[in-house]
Design a protein around this ligand. Structure first.
Ligand SMILES: NC(=O)c1ccc[n+]([C@@H]2O[C@H](COP(=O)([O-])OP(=O)(O)OC[C@H]3O[C@@H](n4cnc5c(N)ncnc54)[C@H](O)[C@@H]3O)[C@@H](O)[C@H]2O)c1
Length: 352
């Protein structure tokens, strides 16, 4: 029984997902009380296994954020939304509703409580950017009717709603734009490059690189991202964002594939497939605002981050036996089975 009064109570929507589960854990480690609200659309209870050691301070509630919710908390982190194309394109209407209604329901609760909201938006609001690197002042280049629009445009609208509640009701909303984040507990088959390449490499299956592989991404390790989200929550009411959160170190997707093959000691060949529609060619955050206003920048290098992520997937692959296809193509339904490892490849630690 925990006799020490928790510092604060936080609601984390989407708390059973990849980033959300790490955030819940960090909040609990810091002595806070956490209500994790999740529909388990892409997240699952297994992600909260580590957080469960703080069971006295953790409530996990199944709920869809498209329906109103009500709790007594000091602050809200709004993360509920599928984040990968495979998942958000599966039911585009529900994605739009999750992003928009989830934001509205979060804001209505925050309005009643006069509580701060950290809202997780995305680098996708910049679309296929014509400005590089992307600053927060850039308005983006989004196709409003393309296959990614259900996510991009609903995230843009949710940002608008955050700012409308701030200007209309004086609510301390804080919007962050997350760039590619990776780490343990990423969904193994959601098509995001890091998890897909690792799962393919660990199974010695062909690694699918789209296009020439020269399109770039910047990858932020999840611990750094959680650190940034915590800092944003601690800002004063005047801090509204939007603020870019990500790692400014840019890597070509083809280079990432080669690095993962090397680090896993895999025999996977790298194969090419046509680039999906509206796939951004370049992605790199300008994080000057985060540095200046949050005193934040990522500290985990790609080798360190990949080593920890590969170790997670190796463990998960060995522990589970149901086969999966690590693929970037849409699947029938989200699921969490892990592939069988035929020849577990070794993690090679490279100098970072
Ligand atoms: N991971 C990234 O690289 C990245 C990049 C940009 C933005 N983001 C944003 O960060 C947030 C978290 O992303 P993530 O990578 O952890 O994704 P995730 O899919 O692992 O987590 C999202 C969580 O939200 C839950 N959820 C989805 N729809 C819901 C609904 N209607 N009601 C309640 N819960 C619902 C899912 O079950 C899951 O647990 C998302 O809002 C996403 O848009 C993530």
């Amino acid at each position: 029984m925990n006799l020490v009064a928790p510092q604060k109570r936080f609601l984390v929507t989407g708390g059973a997902g990849f980033i959300g589960s790490h955030l819940c854990e960090r909040l609990l480690e810091d002595g806070h009380y956490v209500i994790c609200l999740d529909s388990f659309f892409t997240g699952h209870r297994g992600n909260l296994q580590a957080a469960a050691r703080y069971a006295d301070n953790l409530e996990v509630i199944r709920h869809d954020v498209t329906q109103p919710f009500d709790f007594e908390v000091d602050g809200i982190f709004n993360l509920a939304c599928p984040a990968s194309p495979i998942h958000y394109q599966r039911d585009p209407i529900h994605t739009i509703r999750t992003s928009y209604l989830g934001a509205e329901n979060t804001l209505e609760l925050a309005r009643r409580l006069r509580a701060p909201v950290v809202h997780t938006s995305t680098s996708e609001v910049y679309g296929d950017p014509e400005q590089h690197p992307q600053t927060e002042g850039y308005w983006g280049n989004v196709n409003p009717i393309g296959p990614r629009a259900c996510y991009d445009e609903s995230k843009r609208c949710a940002e608008t709603l955050m700012f409308a509640y701030r200007s209309h009701y004086g609510l301390p909303t804080k919007t962050v734009r997350i760039f590619n984040t990776y780490g343990p507990r990423m969904h193994p088959n959601d098509g995001r490059v890091v998890s897909t390449f690792i799962v393919q490499a660990l199974q010695n299956k062909p690694i699918t690189v789209f296009g020439a592989g020269t399109q770039t991404r910047s990858f932020c390790y999840v611990d750094d991202m959680v650190d940034a989200l915590m800092r944003v929550m601690k800002t004063g009411d005047e801090f509204s964002g939007p603020v870019n959160l990500g790692n400014p170190v840019e890597l070509e997707v083809g280079q990432l594939a080669e690095l993962i093959v090397e680090m896993t000691g895999s025999s996977s060949p790298i194969i090419r497939k046509p680039l999906p529609q509206d796939d951004p060619r370049k992605r790199r955050p300008d994080i000057s605002v985060a540095k200046a206003e949050l005193g934040w920048e990522p500290t985990t290098g790609i080798h360190d981050g990949l080593t920890r992520t590969i170790a997670h997937f190796e463990e998960a692959l060995v522990a589970r036996s149901a086969p999966i296809m690590a693929t970037l193509e849409p699947q029938a339904a989200p699921s969490h089975p892990m592939p069988e490892v035929r020849q577990p490849a070794k993690v090679t630690q490279l100098a970072s």
